[in-house]
Design a protein around this ligand. Sequence first.
Ligand code: ATP
Ligand code: MG
Length: 649
Amino acid sequence: MSQPTHIHKVSNEAKQQARLSEEQYQRMYAESVNDPDSFWREQGQRIDWFTPYNRVKNTSFAPGKVDIKWFEDGTLNACYNCVDRHLAERGDKTAIIWEGDSPEVQDEISYRTLHKEVSRFANGLKKLGVAKGDRVAIYMPMVPQAAYAMLACARIGAVHSVIFAGFSPKAIADRINDCEAKLIITADEGRRGGKTFGLKDNVDEALADNRCPTITHSVVCQVTDGEVNWQPERDVWWHELVADVSHECQPEVMNAEDPLFILYTSGSTGKPKGVLHTTGGYLVYASMTHEYVFDYREDDIYWCAADVGWITGHSYIVYGPLANGATTLMFEGVPTYPGIGRIGEVVDKHQVNILYTAPTAIRALMSKGDAAAKTSSRDSLRVLGSVGEPINPEAWEWYYEKIGNSRCPIMDTWWQTETGGIMITPLPNVNDLKAGSATRPFFGVEPGLVDNDGKSLTGATEGNLVIKQSWPGQARTLWGDHERFEQTYFSTYKNQYFTGDGARRDDDGDYWITGRVDDVLNVSGHRLGTAEIESVLVAHKAISEAAVVGFPHDVKGQGIYVYVAPMTGVTADEALTAEVREWVRNELSPIATPDFIHWSEGLPKTRSGKIMRRILRKIAANEHDNLGDTSTLADPSVVDSLIKHRLNK
Ligand code: ATP
Ligand code: MG
């Protein structure tokens, strides 16, 4: 009962250019899961170690004894690997291309400059008493100093916790207090879409009335030169802090299992979790996935259009690409400013070869027809990527044709904050592509599907997505709460990591993520993935975005409640609603026919752009009095309007 599959086969010509042949890929994959010790022993060499490791994998998913260690007797420094080790051969190479919010503003930072800036700031942090093991919060806009701050922490062994710059004072305070950060690094203001927004103001409010007692200082980077309040005993200007420090700072020797960072999940399913990543395994995994998934080559210009506030920004703007000595583009602005063509214009301007973005951005551009493709050629592009949500085939094809000029393979990468790096993805010109499918597990990743009783399912089927064995990039714990870590990920299905997502495996063994398990509907005994219904909805010409949730239904068990945003210029009336209902019946199945179709200009999203279905579920079920944690919502007013106009009263 699924839509026809759009298959894009790898041509013979493209195969010639691939990093691996299909056979090599199969062989490597088989070794990676059958003999992980020897596979990762070799792959671990891709980064530099101060003391080489002898032990490779030492991991247990056993109930009550979850313990994950990789390369545990090796020592290294993540900053050294991302910066210092490139100086000899790539000192003058551009490490970071910074593209400002305004198309007139840009900067290029060489590896040599990066080394100097990071070392100076690291010395500044030391001057403020930050030492190995201390936690440091970072609340920064998308400026190079955000990367300097992360790397400086890594250099001295401090554990950074980046807080997305859109978060409220309360969200900042919660995160600081959860990890007992000693210091916060911020900026006066940030810029996005032609507007400035206060950052230090939010930090001031978070720290007011001794709400965050562990914080001793706040370091403030001058970005816009906007007005700020100042507390001289607490606040320190970045530029003053580094004015008289040395350019030399010895990187701290860290054990492979020493913490590198804490990052809170986006909160689309519940209270955010303080995911902890450590140094060695994470870096090996981020660097290897960056190279293979994007077929990264030495002189490529690589652009991940995420924010450093998310795991995608950590692994694929900062750590992965810099560990590989790449040129990574950091974008301060938004895809629609100053015009809808901005993404392509940035691609042309910097001759970007690899572009990695999210379905939410793709759908925003797609809602304006093909205007986004009119102002640029994008001829430099070679590989495209997508991450964050299921990408529906409609958006996939649009991305492929309009942005990639029908030339560039799309890597639909499934992964999570907890996985540290990409887990299920095709590899460019190695695997055939199917619009809407993340296809194959990456090296070392052994996915499985299980039913609700934990029974392992074989062949072409659908179920709960688990990962059967550890991989180096895996989170080690939730900060200060190992019990919640075990409870959340290892208690549902014994000896396996539970992802919380559902997936379908087709006859070829390719994986299709069907959405959060909580979002898989059971309508009159039929399992329906919300992602599947949504992709049919978005394929309708009048619809730009859709979210589908279930609600308790007397007869069917669960009914189908659909939220849809119209394309620009479309008026939603009864005739259109009837047409959409008929469309879903015909394109998917009569079982999938929506009970309610709720038109809304906007859908509630997390700050990272994901639709918050748990809130939509509450509204559909008429339980809007108890919406749960809404601190990560981008625009709370959308929710009020949805409640007001709810259909299931
Ligand atoms: P929380 O765990 O707090 O609810 P979150 O799961 O939204 O937040 P992230 O770690 O940022 O936080 O997101 C990971 C989730 O995003 C995955 O579990 C999956 O549901 C979804 N996802 C990411 N990439 C893809 C993809 N390519 N296809 C389908 N779903 C994806
Ligand atoms: Mg999650």
